[in-house]
Write a protein that binds this ligand. Structure first.
Ligand SMILES: CC(C)(COP(=O)(O)OP(=O)(O)OC[C@H]1O[C@@H](n2cnc3c(N)ncnc32)[C@H](O)[C@@H]1OP(=O)(O)O)[C@@H](O)C(=O)NCCC(=O)NCCS
Length: 198
């Protein structure tokens, strides 16, 4: 793996985003067998290291086309604490779905998730010229909903019986962030951080 860059290309106040490397797969395989992480995602079964090998090849082929997937690392560190993704991207309408999880569950509630969202939407809207970034979240996932709201996402509506989980149907919420709303956010954009010009 490379060195931690002094000036990460995609960053927030606390994290930076980098491509996935093969060396990250054991960490991912640990996260993706954890019920606390998996029950919030649309993934009912644990995912193992061999599946992760296949996923790694697929995401390499898709990166920069219909998907962007990044490892989330704390600033100054190389090891990942989570994952974030944008895709599939509808290039004609400038719209993309977002997904996120902090796999290191001890790190929940410390602001890393919101900071990751900020870094990713700055990339999607500021670099890719998207118009709309949207997501779906279980309505029981109050921490995630709060984090999305802090990043500027607005609820669009209820998705009834979105997922069958633990023997019952659960509802979801769809949320989105539009370009104008992102432009008006009172925080600095990722590329303005770090005391470096432009
Ligand atoms: C969702 C997730 C990415 C958020 O990241 P995070 O770093 O934990 O979140 P943050 O610390 O940035 O923000 C969490 C906010 O929710 C609040 N919160 C935490 N638990 C809460 C609860 N049970 N009810 C309401 N708010 C809650 C926190 O107080 C904080 O808000 P505040 O800053 O106004 O106090 C992370 O928790 C995670 O990966 N969870 C598991 C996977 C997941 O749910 N992914 C999203 C699927 S749609």
């Amino acid at each position: 793996m490379g060195e931690v860059p002094a000036k990460p290309l995609i960053r927030g106040q606390k994290v930076w985003l980098r491509p996935w490397e093969r060396a990250d797969l054991p960490a991912r395989a640990t996260w993706l067998r954890d019920a606390g992480v998996m029950r919030t995602l649309d993934e009912p079964a644990p995912i193992g290291a061999a599946q992760e090998e296949r996923w790694f090849e697929e995401q390499l082929a898709q990166q920069g086309k219909e998907w962007y997937r990044f490892a989330v690392c704390r600033l100054g560190e190389e090891g990942p604490i989570g994952a974030v993704m944008l895709g599939p991207i509808d290039w004609r309408n400038g719209s993309a779905e977002l997904g996120i999880y902090i796999g290191e569950t001890d790190e929940w509630g410390k602001g890393y998730g919101t900071d990751t969202l900020n870094a990713l939407v700055d990339f999607g809207l500021g670099e890719l010229r998207l118009e709309r970034i949207w997501l779906r979240v279980l309505d029981s996932n109050a921490r995630a909903i709060r984090s999305y709201e802090k990043a500027g996402f607005v609820a669009e509506g209820t998705l009834r019986h979105l997922l069958h989980q633990h023997g019952r149907w659960v509802d979801g919420i769809q949320m989105s962030l539009l370009r104008d709303e992102w432009t008006a956010l009172p925080r600095p954009k990722g590329w303005e951080l770090g005391g470096e010009p432009g």
